[in-house]
Design a protein around this ligand. Structure first.
Ligand SMILES: *[C@@H]1O[C@H](CO)[C@@H](O)[C@H](O)[C@H]1NC(C)=O
Ligand SMILES: *[C@@H]1O[C@H](CO)[C@@H](O)[C@H](O)[C@H]1NC(C)=O
Ligand SMILES: *[C@@H]1O[C@H](CO)[C@@H](O)[C@H](O)[C@H]1NC(C)=O
Ligand SMILES: *[C@@H]1O[C@H](CO)[C@@H](O)[C@H](O)[C@H]1NC(C)=O
Ligand SMILES: *[C@@H]1O[C@H](CO)[C@@H](O)[C@H](O)[C@H]1NC(C)=O
Ligand SMILES: *[C@@H]1O[C@H](CO)[C@@H](O)[C@H](O)[C@H]1NC(C)=O
Ligand SMILES: *[C@@H]1O[C@H](CO)[C@@H](O)[C@H](O)[C@H]1NC(C)=O
Length: 503
């Protein structure tokens, strides 16, 4: 099968056809910030990333604790782009923030607005908080999904995003903005690699891919400019074309997680220094910090939770998006991004370092699940082989995954056997799949259900809100994006009596 854009390259009417690509309109002021995104960079620091349509000589943010006194300033001189991109990625880090405090900030530009965010909670702060889990979220509009999953009852022929935020999941996150303090999104953003699913894009895949990324991150900005938005990679970040047959034709700039790296490598953190008084824990955390490789694998702490983000795509044996050869079953030819074994050595040191008297909860998030409904094609065996034993050994409380486009919750389970304690102080992790946020590929049907399935929903777009109630109780809710209805709510009890869990 020939790649259409290659076949037609150079024909004189290509320029006319290219008009079909939905690039956002360029602002007159090319320093206008777009695609804003915050992240937690350390216990008292937050990064702010944004894109502009020209290279900035100096990227600066003014900030303060009152909207009319932005007296502090942070700057950087990094403003990077890559082949095929129209935009430059800029990022600065604000340090020395007072914890859990509302800050106001303004990106320095001829045309920007004042935004606000809550600075991170100190590791060990026992205040309850909520976070949202959104995975497999695609662009909304003519290049992406335009109708509710049930097209017979809810047709939206004229997609309208700003200012109404009719993207159901983003819209719900906007409507519930004060109900959560951060978002985790382990993989699959935009679905730019599905550009060829829209006929109008067939003649100009290179630009269609970039246009979808621009649109998507513009749509996400109302959320990500105000909430730390923590990411790790999914298969849709790998290349210009998810169909591995065609990836050799992907242009430079649209292979090997390029956009994902440019966008997030300056904004995701390295593992934190330990807050434990135990010197073994301190040295393990220092090792994890050295081995962490943001935005692919890293950890951060927030109040009662130690979050570890993993890369299920590359950098372990038989990693599905690994280089061509014995690895790389998906044929996407990506990575490696670290030394052999670096990710797994990171994960072990990181999990072993967690002092549960500081952060009682340990949550690991990645893209591809090893527990899922729908049979073997939805399951990443190589991921299970690489990661599951470490999650069990160090008593991870909750595993968060996506990739399968629906919502699922499992009883705590290890090696395919449900933990006899259920939600009442299990040794095994509880697992969820929160891949129903909505994208051009639609929802996945439920299919076969393993015996330890506790909940599954595939009728409409959905996502999860996790409520960290206290040191022993964690509530996981699934929300229907369109209505806000709570589809499922469960509470995991963990006694957390061991300061350092090894089992
Ligand atoms: C200012 O920014 C907005 C988007 O935030 C954009 O629509 C508008 O065109 C910009 N104005 C100028 C003068 O560039
Ligand atoms: C960056 O510096 C160059 C050379 O000094 C100048 O021409 C350009 O206008 C500057 N760009 C911005 C956005 O200030
Ligand atoms: C978008 O949502 C707003 C309410 O937020 C509603 O008034 C409007 O009709 C919706 N538009 C479409 C095209 O569905
Ligand atoms: C320090 O932590 C290690 C595990 O990381 C544990 O084995 C050891 O007992 C702890 N030491 C003290 C004094 O608590
Ligand atoms: C992908 O990028 C990484 C980091 O730059 C590099 O080490 C690796 O070789 C690249 N992989 C491929 C297949 O180009
Ligand atoms: C995992 O389960 C399989 C059978 O399903 C069994 O053969 C294997 O020994 C188990 N491994 C562990 C570590 O319990
Ligand atoms: C923790 O929260 C649960 C659920 O709200 C509650 O039943 C329990 O009493 C709380 N524990 C403590 C120590 O406050």
């Amino acid at each position: 099968m020939m790649h259409q854009s290659t076949l037609l390259k150079g024909l004189p009417w290509l320029a006319v056809a290219a008009l079909a690509v939905d690039y956002p309109t360029l602002p007159n002021d090319l320093t206008t910030p777009y695609q804003q995104r915050l992240a937690i960079m350390g216990p008292t620091s937050v990064s702010i990333g944004w894109n502009t349509y020209e290279k900035l000589n100096s990227s600066c943010v003014e900030y303060g604790t009152s909207s009319n006194d932005l007296s502090q300033q942070a700057c950087s001189t990094k403003s990077t782009t890559y082949a095929t991109s129209r935009t430059y990625s800029n990022a600065v880090t604000l340090t020395g923030l007072t914890p859990a405090t509302t800050y106001y900030y303004q990106i320095v530009s001829g045309n920007s607005t004042v935004e606000r965010f809550l600075s991170p909670r100190t590791p060990g702060d026992k205040t309850p908080f909520n976070f949202d889990v959104v995975i497999d979220l695609g662009v909304y509009g003519a290049d992406g999904y335009t109708i509710s999953s049930d097209s017979s009852t809810s047709k939206r022929e004229t997609p309208y995003v700003e200012p109404d935020l009719n993207h159901t999941t983003i819209g719900r996150m906007a409507d519930t903005f004060d109900d959560y303090e951060l978002v985790i999104h382990p993989g699959d953003f935009a679905y730019a690699d599905d550009w060829y699913l829209k006929l109008k894009n067939l003649l100009d895949g290179k630009d269609a891919y970039q246009a979808i990324l621009e649109q998507f991150y513009d749509q996400l900005a109302p959320i990500a400019a105000g909430k730390p938005y923590m990411v790790s990679p999914g298969n849709h970040e790998a290349d210009c074309d998810e169909l591995s047959l065609l990836i050799d034709l992907c242009p430079e700039g649209q292979r090997n997680f390029t956009d994902f790296m440019h966008r997030f490598d300056e904004t995701m953190p390295s593992a934190f220094a330990s807050s434990s008084t135990n010197t073994t824990a301190q040295s393990l955390a220092a090792t994890a910090r050295t081995l962490s490789n943001p935005p692919f694998w890293y950890s951060f702490e927030y109040g009662m939770v130690h979050f570890t983000m993993i890369d299920t795509e590359t950098d372990f044996t038989d990693a599905p998006d690994g280089p061509d050869g014995p690895d790389g079953s998906a044929g996407l030819d990506g990575g490696p991004f670290g030394q052999p074994q670096q990710q797994l050595e990171f994960l072990e040191a990181d999990l072993a370092s967690v002092d549960r008297s500081v952060t009682p909860w340990v949550i690991v998030a990645g893209h591809r699940p090893w527990y899922s409904t729908g049979g073997s094609s939805n399951i990443c065996d190589a991921c299970q082989e690489a990661f599951e034993d470490l999650l069990y050994k160090y008593g991870v409380d909750l595993g968060v995954f996506g990739h399968v486009h629906n919502s699922q919750r499992f009883q705590p389970v290890y090696n395919g056997t449900a933990d006899a304690n259920g939600l009442n102080d299990p040794a095994a992790p509880m697992y969820i799949v929160a891949g129903g946020a909505g994208n051009i590929e639609g929802l996945s049907s439920v299919g076969s259900e393993p015996s330890y399935t506790a909940f599954v929903y595939a009728d409409d777009y959905s996502y999860s809100t996790v409520r960290v109630l206290n040191e022993t109780h964690l509530q996981v809710d699934f929300i229907r994006s369109e209505t806000g209805a709570v589809l499922d709510s469960s509470v995991l009890y963990k006694s957390h009596t061991e300061q350092f869990v090894v089992q």
